[in-house]
Design a binder for this molecule. Structure first.
Ligand code: NAD
Ligand code: UDP
Length: 323
């Protein structure tokens, strides 16, 4: 630990959607931030407003290789998160989750840092229990198109808990449910960014399946608040802990809402449902509410409004961004 309460925090995947918001919040709290990224899905643009801050350092590095830095806390967010990105090079996705976890846990052990893992609701697969509670073991296909991500993240959780039991490491495992907001990648195929960009550019809204599958959408600021509270909770609070918004909506409702909010003329176009697409997903967040006194504050309408404004600006600056 450095002098006073200022900490040095490593954020892997720091130039990505969630990582960039996290870097911002850590800097606002007065900490030093090392933002590490291989720029697979993240961009410098996401952190360019931070690079002149003397407490911020941007480092190109791939977490599948060892790293030697002195830090107090590690937020391990490096991993492509959208289905089209993590399926682009599935072997690399598993390596990022598994080798990345091994390297970051090894670093945490060597420098006695506390470490938080960005795990995912995907560890529950296509769940048979609803809403999902942390003690549910999930229903996951081990060899399908989503497995590189789902099983990679499950193995990372295993490693975290083995380092906790075997090496007494201070760990935090956060299971993130669908999160959206400014700085999502405009071409990552995730539903919120896809629908907003399609609505703003007058393209058809691509609804997969009958649109009756559900997700629960958490605004990025709420998610980051949950991550910070979990990291700062007492050592015995290891998780796994669900962080997400329990307000569930069908994908069709989401499409209709975005069309209405953007005033778009786009029509809805039905496409086949991708393999292993979970039918229902909704977090039980009672553990986070009780332990961290945390709950989402931003309503879907408000969060979508901010996200639409972000993509509107982005498209005005550079329409080729979605080419
Ligand atoms: P993102 O793609 O915007 O960010 C991931 C970042 O990791 C990118 O900047 C990317 O370049 C970087 N990265 C990928 N592989 C790397 C590697 N090998 N070495 C170094 N950097 C690498 O996605 P996001 O939505 O910000 O997700 C961040 C984390 O949160 C991921 O671990 C993801 O699995 C998890 N998560 C996100 C959500 C969500 O809804 N956004 C849901 C569940 C879990
Ligand atoms: N989806 C859709 N149209 C799109 C993109 C996604 O209907 O253009 C659906 C997708 O099939 C899934 C849901 O929206 O049921 C959420 O997809 P996303 O890729 O955002 O996240 P995940 O499936 O990982 O929760």
């Amino acid at each position: 630990m450095r002098l006073g309460t200022r900490k040095t925090c490593l954020v892997t995947g720091g130039a990505g959607f969630l990582g960039s918001h996290l870097c911002e919040r850590l800097l606002d709290a007065g900490h030093e931030v090392i933002c590490l990224d291989n720029f697979f899905t993240g961009t410098r643009r996401n952190v360019e407003h931070l690079v002149n801050n003397p407490r911020f350092e941007l480092k190109r590095h791939d977490v599948t290789f060892p790293l030697y830095v002195e830090v107090d806390e590690i937020y391990n967010f490096a991993c492509p998160a959208s289905p089209i990105h993590y399926q682009h090079d599935p072997v690399q996705t598993t390596k990022t989750s598994v080798h990345g976890a091994i390297n970051m846990l090894g670093l945490a052990k060597r420098v006695h840092a506390k470490i938080l893992q960005a795990s995912t609701s995907e560890v529950y697969g296509d769940p048979k229990v609803h809403p999902q509670k942390e003690d549910y073991w999930g229903h996951v296909n081990p060899n399908g198109f989503r497995s590189c991500y789902d099983e990679g993240k499950r193995c990372a959780e295993t490693l975290f808990f083995d380092y906790y039991r075997q090496h007494k490491l201070r760990i935090k495992v956060m299971r993130i449910f669908n999160t959206y907001g400014p700085r999502m990648h405009p071409n990552d195929g995730r539903v919120v960014s896809n629908f907003i960009v399609q609505a703003l550019t007058g393209q058809p809204i691509t609804l997969y399946g009958d649109g009756m599958q559900t997700r629960s959408f958490c605004y990025v600021d709420d998610l980051i608040e949950g991550a910070l509270r979990l990291m700062n909770a007492p050592d015995e609070v290891t998780g796994p802990m669900n962080i997400g918004n329990p307000v569930e909506s069908t994908i069709r409702e989401l499409a209709e809402r975005i069309v209405q909010m953007t005033g778009s003329k786009s029509r809805i176009e039905y496409r086949p449902l991708p393999q292993d697409d979970p039918m229902q997903r909704c977090p039980d967040i009672s553990l986070a509410a009780k332990t961290l006194d945390w709950g989402p504050k931003v309503k879907l309408e408000e969060g979508l409004g901010k996200t639409i404004a972000y993509f509107d600006r982005l498209l005005a600056e550079d329409p080729s961004i979605v080419a």
